[in-house]
Design a protein around this ligand. Structure first.
Ligand code: PMT
Length: 212
């Protein structure tokens, strides 16, 4: 099957040399991509800026910003049977990008931020994606309640929730520990393990008809 995977952070420009971003390394998304290729799937990897090498067999679309990731997913998703949204997409970006490097002219600087596009939340509508939709939730509190709300709000079949307040898992770690919530009411807790192993478990969520 053809699987779209988003991975890594986005960068939201402030001026020509500065940006807002987050600590995502891309390891989780790239681990899912590697597991998918090993399982015989075709992979379309939409990746924010990371220092990892994409699997040679993956079709790589490199992007920087949330707007670019949104545009790439919008074009590619209808060619895919499954979409796994692991990227840590910025929720806000500077409302204006300064054309020149900002000068240090005052004691304080206030940036006005505006919402970015909700990529995962757009997959069902307006994109019209009808395949298996798997989202992630990065939470620092009320993991279960927040994840269940995202699962429903974003029209996912599954939501993979991780506790990103922990230093030993999640952002920029080789291991992760997750709870996978299903739209069918299922709940599967996966113990702390290598992201590659978790990638395999996440792929097992794909219904048999969509397996190669
Ligand atoms: O990259 P690593 O260092 O390996 O770290 C892995 C990870 C912690 C980034 C990963 O496991 C993870 O949790 N990814 C989701 C991060 C995130 O943005 O979570 P969120 O709860 O803010 O977003 C919920 C979902 O909506 C995610 O599927 C996200 O991709 C998506 N989203 C969010 C905002 C936005 N504007 N558009 C989106 O599509």
């Amino acid at each position: 099957m053809r699987i779209l995977i988003t991975a890594g952070p986005t960068r939201e420009a402030i001026d020509p040399v500065r940006y807002l971003s987050n600590r995502s390394s891309g390891k989780m998304g790239y681990a899912i991509a590697e597991a998918a290729i090993a399982a015989g799937h075709e992979v379309l990897l939409v990746s924010g800026p990371v220092s990892l090498t994409a699997p040679a067999e993956a079709e790589l679309i490199s992007v920087e910003s949330a707007a670019q990731m949104y545009a790439a997913v919008r074009v590619a998703i209808l060619r895919c049977d499954v979409a796994i949204h692991c990227a840590a997409v910025a929720d806000y970006r500077p409302a204006q990008i300064a054309s020149e490097k900002l000068k240090k002219t005052s004691e304080n600087l206030t940036l006005e931020l505006e919402k970015t596009e909700d990529i995962l939340g757009s997959c069902r509508s307006p994109f019209g994606f009808e395949g298996t939709l798997i989202g992630f939730a990065a939470e620092t509190e009320n993991l279960e309640a927040n994840a269940l709300a995202k699962l429903e709000r974003k029209g996912c079949d599954y939501l993979v929730a991780n506790d990103v307040s922990r230093k030993d898992i999640g952002f920029d770690q080789d291991e992760n520990e997750v709870i996978i919530f299903g739209a069918d009411g299922s709940r599967q807790a996966l113990a702390k393990q290598e992201k590659r192993e978790l990638g395999k478990a996440i792929l097992e969520l794909i219904p048999a008809r969509e397996n190669p």
